[in-house]
Design a protein around this ligand. Sequence first.
Ligand code: EPU
Length: 478
Amino acid sequence: MAEHDATSDEAEKLAQSPEDLEAAGRKLDAQKAGARVGLTSDEIIINGGRPLKGRIEVRGAKNLATKAMVAALLGKSPSVLRNVPNISDVRVVAGLLALHGVLITRGDDPGEWRLDPSNVEVAHQADIDAHAGSSRIPILFCGPLLHRLGEAFIPDLGGCRIGDRPIDFHLDALRKFGAVIEKLPSGISLTAPHGLKGANIELPYPSVGATEQVLLTSVLAEGQTELRNAAIEPEIIDLICILQKMGAIISVEPNRVIFIEGVPELRGYDHRAIFDRNEAASWAAAALATKGDVFVGGVKQEEMMTFLNVFRKVGGDFDVHDDGIRFWHPGGDLKPVTIETDVHPGFMTDWQQPLVVALTQAQGVSTIHETVYENRFGFTDALNKMGADITVYKDGLSDPRRRVKRREFEQAAVITGPVPLRGADIEVPDLRGGFSHLIAALTAEGQSKVTNLGIISRGYENFIEKLRLLGADFVFES
Ligand code: EPU
């Protein structure tokens, strides 16, 4: 989280009511004239209603780079990861790796990280504890640390509050490999008194994290592992490519089955991280909602196909180029859609929040069935405050046209449009919801103050600079 500067008291007084917003507007004018407005680095004032136009680059995926960094622990020699985004989740993982003796150096290209695990060592529990609540990635240290050190301590996990986010699949799988797990007040402690052995595992749901857990544990486990009902997201396939470069033997079979033949040792890898599909979809949705035209560099069609279909159905247009995809609003009315979020190759749960903002501008009623997490519509409260017409059904909605198997805890959001959004004072609740708030503020008429921006830095690299490149009208003081 960004630290507040000395002027935060003043900033807190800003934009609490329409009158305050007006005051914020006057301050904005003052700032344009050269004076500082007194915002903290966790806040931004956005003057909406201006289309985003221009080109930005998307780098490596948060949801691959962080896991690839953990994989480096498994190698006997150093690894080089390229295209690493400058986001706080990466820094959290780097901090944890450093605590365990991994030497991290940066190349001339700031996105190039060298991770040397030659001197991996047990870290002090108190130091690890300092990372409690900061990310969900530490759970993936279990297998690699058990292999390297015979023991692991994992602090309480963080990540977005979008549901219970249990770790039962992870722990059940680790036990099958032979890990002994003790739950402590501040985290979990693991040992493997008889080493880790290959296992037959069927996940109750194709969980991304649990699939990664099995991959990172099985590659050095003795014997074979068969994983059924595995997640097959592109980031998982990229992680498998990394592990194969390290010497692992992994085959991805039809029907979500993955076979892993354990090997006695692995070496380091040299790899360029796959691009961030979630960031790409977020900027595409921002282009659509603001009636803009944004070229998102570094993006590939294949991993975006499901998103691109929906983008087109809603009325957006795109052109695929060798070095990225151009997304734009071609004019005319946007059309409503019905979407069910799902595991890959379905429509990602992380894509719905930015798209919902564009759907507030569509002519008619859209429905989103959220089937992956049980609480991922909290961000819509702020959109309604800005004038949107969104009703959330906390127990979901029956719909005979559904294709995704209904889950017990799912919810649905019904979005009626088009409605003009108006500027408001809003607070970022979680990563993807937060980015959708930025899009809403950019789309709205008038001025918005968006606070708690630090959460967005967890997963969106240099987003303030990118807003600037796209011609957004805002005030931000770092
Ligand atoms: N689940 C369990 N038990 C478990 C693990 C998962 O019940 O032990 C449930 C979850 O509660 C959820 C579902 O399974 O209902 C899917 O969770 P999954 O394990 O697939 O998610 P994750 O690994 O925790 C990753 C991404 C998320 C992304 C999901 C789905 C990372 C760090 N996070 O989470 O990304 O939404 O996969 O694709 O890779 C984000 O980037 O904003 C984000 C939340």
